[in-house]
Design a protein around this ligand. Structure first.
Ligand code: HMG
Ligand code: MG
Length: 288
């Protein structure tokens, strides 16, 4: 494995769960500092209810100020989000399905089946409009309400999403409870069951197992990962969720392993400073 794609989720996952609500210009400043690092893919925000996630208000205004829309994705929870994505000519959307009813209800007020039904038309409509689609398969290992999630059940859900022609499936450890053995089991069986599918992984670093889980996924043949500058992040609706795996830790580890990312670590540390100043938070990554 010599070329890894990193998708930076700081401007969305990183900012959605902190007390301070950044202005559009501050969010823009963070995105610009990340672009300077050479990172190719950035999730810049979400179109969700401003009552549910105040920090993501005005994502449309933010998009209007961005230069290179091809590099960005936006998270959408429903059809209304897709309509906004179309208006703003978003090239890639990230839908989200929490695989347990309790967590999905907390996150987007639907059962798993209701979301699957809606995703069928959202994913179809997106591809008709030339929008690339991803779907987060959240709480794929452990749910804060229902405990351990069965891997064969997750495989079946992934199969349905692939039947709906999603372009990429993002396996997400929302509360950072997975261990490398569980990651190896699920990612190996998904890769073997769905050979043509594009998979990526999204790890939260609650137990400091994010890098170990990345290594496990690399061994299972995964070459695309989400991470977040400064280890910010967390889902506001998942108790015990904490920050994402820090981008600087991920890039640092891959560099030590002589794996190319195209990202400049020094510039990433500058972006980390920008994130720290904007959020007024003590950040979590260790590679600085
Ligand atoms: P609801 O109350 O069932 O929906 O919420 P509703 O249709 O009744 O709408 C409620 C209000 O939201 C209405 O406004 C709608 O217009 C508005 P009001 O009439 O009250 O003024 N609304 C919207 N506004 C903007 N954009 C939209 C939209 N849809 C409705 N797309 C809803 C359902 C999905 C809206 C709500 O639950 C919600 O917004 N949830 C946000 C969930 C979220 O952002 N979670 C965090 C991201 S997921 C995550 O972090 C996990 C991830 O990182 C991977 C991992 O780690 O596992 C991706
Ligand atoms: Mg997340």
């Amino acid at each position: 494995m010599d070329n890894i794609i990193i998708n930076e989720v700081g401007p969305r996952d990183g900012l959605q769960n902190i007390n301070k609500v950044l202005s559009v210009d501050e969010r823009l400043m963070l995105i610009r500092s990340l672009e300077e690092t050479g990172i190719e893919s950035i999730e810049i925000g979400s179109f969700v209810s401003h009552k549910a996630v105040p920090a993501m208000t005005n994502t449309g205004e933010l998009i209007n100020k961005l230069r290179n829309i091809d590099k960005y994705s936006v998270l959408i929870p429903n059809k209304k989000g897709l309509d906004k994505a179309k208006i703003h000519r978003v090239k890639e959307i990230c839908t989200v399905l929490c695989v347990t009813d309790s967590m999905n209800r907390k996150n987007i007020n639907q059962t798993v089946n209701e979301t699957l039904n809606d995703l069928k038309s959202i994913l179809g409509d997106s591809s008709k409009n030339g929008i690339r689609t991803k779907c987060y398969v959240s709480v794929a290992f452990h749910c804060p309400y229902e405990g351990k999630v069965d891997s064969t059940y997750v495989e079946d859900i992934v199969g349905q999403l692939l039947d709906y022609k999603v372009d990429e499936v993002v396996i997400a450890d929302t509360i950072g409870a997975a261990n490398p053995k569980e990651v190896s089991t699920l990612m190996t069986s998904l890769r073997s069951a769905y050979k043509e599918a594009v998979f990526s992984c999204h790890f939260h670093d609650t137990q400091a197992l994010g890098l170990a889980n990345v290594y496990s996924s690399l061994e299972a043949g995964i070459n695309k990962f989400d991470s977040c500058i400064g280890g910010l992040g967390g889902c506001p609706f998942a108790p015990n969720s904490s920050g994402n795996l820090a981008t600087e830790d991920l890039v640092g580890m891959l560099e030590l392993m002589n794996i190319t990312t195209g990202i400049n670590l020094d510039k990433l540390l500058v972006a980390r400073e920008v994130a720290s100043e904007l959020t007024n938070l003590a950040l979590k990554g260790r590679m600085y």
